[in-house]
Write a protein that binds this ligand. Structure first.
Ligand code: C2E
Ligand code: MG
Ligand code: MG
Length: 826
């Protein structure tokens, strides 16, 4: 080391040493830069390796010779030209080999390449030293020679290794190591050379002096600097270009990433929207079809296909509408040849709402809207249910739900329309006579059946232009249009009465109802339609009041009769609350014994202004209005209370209305009346008419049997006036039959009446029933009846109905023998 130091400090010019070092560093940095480019750019690798070889070779050479310029051994030095040139060539070639090897990918290649470069440095140095010519000779210290080579080769290998392995290491680090290697080799090698001067030695002809060498070195150094600067510039530009390219690439990549993300988001969004649109379209209750200006399908929804039964395969976008509809018609879904979807140019109606009825009866409503870009969109809706419902609502609004006849409002409309015509027509108002009783006793189901059957019968009787309506309850009306023909209003009303008097058959049961009719005639000056209806209604009331089962024309003054009837109703209500009724009693005489067996309770009404009113004047109204129930109950209780004061063998008969059967809870009421009065049930007899027995329903029989089971007797009143008396007698074991007084009145002189009486008496005997003849007014009638075997009589001949106060007197007369002794006395 000391020798090396001494060599540098004492035998070298320091300035040149520094310049040599700087040239060396510049060369190594440039060479390494070129090498780095060769590593990076495969396409121009050879160029950069050549540059690296040239720069490093020349650099080593320059360093060496500048250092030689700095060397002052105390003798003049010159250089052999050929060897000097050989040394530079060797440096360049060996460095070229070294750099090439260092490019290798295997790990040892870099240090190997570096070692070769180090070898090149050594070769160049010692070749260069062999070119030295001086007046002396050189003795080499072999140890230092070896050390110089080891240092040069080792540091060069290390520099190459650093450069390749540590890619992040700056170039100057490896460059410094390589420069250090070169310089170390040089200066240790210089220390290894010991020069011994010779006096005879001179400078050879083909030799370079120091000045020429300086020029050569300067040229080499300048070329290295040029190459270095060029490389630096190139590297910078390359770096800038690469940076720009990298940035561009990054921006592009960024853009690609960004635009890809954006596109994906957009696609997602569109897909989502498409899904939503499809879902929305497919879940629409309406069908939707959209066609372009060329009448080709753009889109449609599921409902559209369903509504018309179109196969989805046919509904691909672009399919012409004509093709779709030809298929629909061919399939028989729709019974029209022209497509409902095809626009007709110039057709104003095209945009309006349309309806089409499919062959299966469904009604489809559709409406089209033009699209701004041409073509059109149509919506299709199944309105079958809605139409049916509307029709039903309209029908229900205009018709009676039970009978299906036009209702009162519709009838009024007809009336008005007919009245405007100015022609003559008749309005018949019809009321069913015993409907209330039937409805009460047989129930509403049978009542409804009767109303329906009545409607059918009326329709059968009417002509094409006549109108039948149910005004409400059991009231009907007929507008008879043709009154000038064969069937006059009177004949027509008569037909109605007769037809409705015929029995109704329900599930084997026979029900007789009967009807009354009121008639008004149009045109009547100054009378509106409603009044026409009111007039026939008044006529109807009169018909019912006078005798049921008949008809009446409207006459002036009828309205006052109606008022009277209304007044009667009102007065009856007052009578019930104020207790204006009294029970009269009419005796029933046992003709064989000549004694009174019982009294029939007959109600009387003490009207505050009209005086004593007979049942014939108010019972029917009381039955119609339901007031018979409280009246009947009062009579029953009063009769029981009165009868308790009579002898035990004298009974009491009470009339019972059909309405009392259902609404009045007759059984409970009877028991209550008997208990309240303390009367034995056997002394009470209930008189029922055939109206109660309009049917043979089990429950009526059951009710009668329960009453009978109490011990109460049951009599059939007014026998012979109804319809099916005989079947009634068979169905229920009555205690008594009362022959209606209409037969008794004619019993003398009219053989047919007598025949009926005879037959009834025989029948009662056969059935084991008692028989009473009603309305016996004369001794003659009584004698006939006695002869025919009648056991009991009732009538004015025995006694008129009398107040209870006179019952005792009558009983005394008949039952205590006064009557018999009086008769015996003459
Ligand atoms: P009815 O049950 O057949 O009663 C007999 C009717 O014939 C009584 O009429 C009686 O006065 C009348 N009469 C009796 N003998 C003769 C006679 O020789 N010649 C004539 N021409 N008539 C005679 P009244 O009292 O006017 O009663 C009429 C009807 O009113 C009764 O007929 C009965 O059906 C009903 N009625 C009377 N009171 C009541 C009652 O409290 N409740 C119910 N539901 N109906 C009653
Ligand atoms: Mg009676
Ligand atoms: Mg009677």
């Amino acid at each position: 080391m000391l020798r090396v130091y001494t060599c540098i400090a004492h035998q070298h010019n320091f300035l040149f040493v520094v310049i040599a070092g700087m040239i060396c560093l510049l060369a190594t940095l440039t060479a390494l830069s070129a090498f780095q480019q060769a590593v990076r750019e495969a396409s121009r690798r050879a160029t950069f390796i050549i540059v690296a070889a040239l720069v490093s070779g020349l650099g080593i050479w320059s360093t060496h010779f500048i250092a030689m310029l700095a060397y002052e051994p105390g003798l003049s030095i010159s250089y052999d030209v050929s060897r000097t040139l050989l040394s530079v060539l060797a440096a360049v070639v060996i460095c070229g080999i070294g750099w090439t090897v260092a490019l290798g990918k295997r790990p040892f290649m870099a240090p190997l390449g570096g070692a070769i470069i180090g070898g090149g440095v050594g070769t160049m140095h010692y070749l260069g030293m062999s070119a030295v010519k001086l007046a002396g000779y050189i003795i080499w210290d072999h140890n230092l020679v070896a050390a110089s080579l080891i240092l040069g080769i080792g540091l060069s290998a290390m520099a190459a290794w650093l450069q390749r392995r540590e890619s992040t290491l700056p170039v100057w680090a490896a460059g410094s190591v390589l420069a250090l290697g070169i310089c170390s080799l040089h200066f240790v090698a210089m220390a290894a050379a010991v020069i011994y001067p010779l006096r005879t030695s001179g400078v050879a002809v083909q030799s370079l002096d120091s000045q020429s060498l300086a020029i050569g070195v300067t040229v080499a150094a300048l070329s290295i600097m040029g190459v270095g600067a060029g490389l630096v510039m190139f590297d910078r530009r390359l770096a800038a270009a690469q940076l720009a390219e990298a940035r561009q690439r990054a921006a592009l990549a960024d853009q690609i990433v960004h635009s890809t993300a954006e596109r994906n988001t957009l696609i997602e969004k569109l897909r989502y929207q498409a899904e939503i649109s499809t879902a929305a379209l497919d879940n629409m209750a309406q069908g939707l079809s959209m066609y372009d200006s060329q009448n080709r399908l753009i889109t449609h929804n599921r409902r559209y296909a369903e509504l018309y039964g179109i196969n989805e395969e046919l509904l691909t976008p672009g399919t012409p509408v004509i093709e779709i509809w030809e298929r629909v018609v061919a399939d028989g879904t729709i019974l029209q040849s022209r497509s409902i979807d095809i626009p007709v140019i110039g057709d104003e109606d095209w945009l309006k709402e349309h309806e089409v009825t499919l062959s299966d009866g469904r009604i489809i409503k559709f409406q089209r809207q033009p699209l701004p870009a041409g073509g059109w969109v149509a919506t299709h809706e199944d309105v079958t249910e809605a139409r049916r419902t509307n029709q039903q609502i309209a029908y229900l609004a205009a018709h009676d739900a039970l009978t299906g006849l036009p209702n009162r409002a519709t009838f009024s409309t007809y009336l008005e329309a007919y009245a405007k015509d100015g022609r003559a027509f008749a309005v018949h108002t019809i009321d069913l006579d015993r409907f209330k009783e039937v409805n009460d006793t047989l129930g509403h189901a049978v009542g409804d059946e009767i109303l329906r059957s009545t409607a059918v019968r009326l329709l059968e009787l009417t002509g094409e232009n006549d109108v039948v309506t149910r005004l409400g309850g059991d009231e009907f009306a007929v507008l008879q249009w043709d009154v000038d023909g064969l069937v006059t209003p009177a004949a027509f009303a008569d037909r109605i009465v007769k037809r409705l008097a015929e029995p109704f058959e329900f599930k084997g049961h026979t029900v007789i109802i009967g009807a009354s009719v009121g008639i008004s005639l149009a045109p009547e000056s100054g009378i509106c339609c409603e009044e026409l209806l009111m007039m026939s209604d008044l006529a109807l009331y009169c018909a019912k009041d006078e005798s049921r089962g008949t008809y009446r024309f409207f006459e002036r003054g009828m309205d006052s009769r109606l008022c009277e009837r209304r007044q009667l109703e009102e007065d009856l209500r007052v009578a019930i609350t104020e207790g204006q009724f009294e029970v009269y009693y009419q005796p029933l005489l046992d003709v064989s014994k000549g004694t009174i067996t019982s009294f029939e309770a007959l109600v009387r009404w003490h009207h505050p202004t009209r005086g004593l009113v007979q049942p014939a004047d108010f019972i029917a109204t009381a039955e119609d209005t339901g007031l018979i129930i409280p009246i009947g109950e009062w009579v029953l209780r009063q009769a029981c209370r009165d009868a308790i004061n009579w002898p035990n063998d004298v009974g009491v008969a009470v009339n019972v209305s059909p309405a009392q059967f259902k609404r009045g809870d007759l059984i409970a009421m009877t028991m209550s009346a008997l208990t309240a009065a303390g009367l034995a049930p056997e002394r009470l007899e209930l008189e029922i008419t055939e109206a109660v027995l309009l049917h043979d329903e089990a429950w009526v029989q059951a009710a009668l049997k329960r009453i009978a089971a109490l011990g109460v007797r049951i009599a059939m009143d007014d026998f012979g006036t109804g319809y099916s008396s005989l079947s009634y007698l068979r169905a229920f074991p009555f205690n008594k039959i009362k022959i209606d007084r209409s037969f008794i009145a004619d019993i003398v002189g009219k053989s047919d009446a007598l025949s009926i009486v005879q037959a009834t008496i025989q029948l009662s005997q056969k059935l084991g029933m008692e028989i009473t003849a009603e309305g016996v007014e004369t001794a003659e009638q009584m004698n006939v009846l006695v002869e025919e075997g009648c056991t009991t009589v009732q009538g004015y001949h025995v006694s008129r109905p009398i107040p209870v106060s006179r019952v005792a007197e009558l009983l005394r007369f008949y039952n205590t023998g006064v009557h018999t002794s009086a008769r015996a006395a003459g």
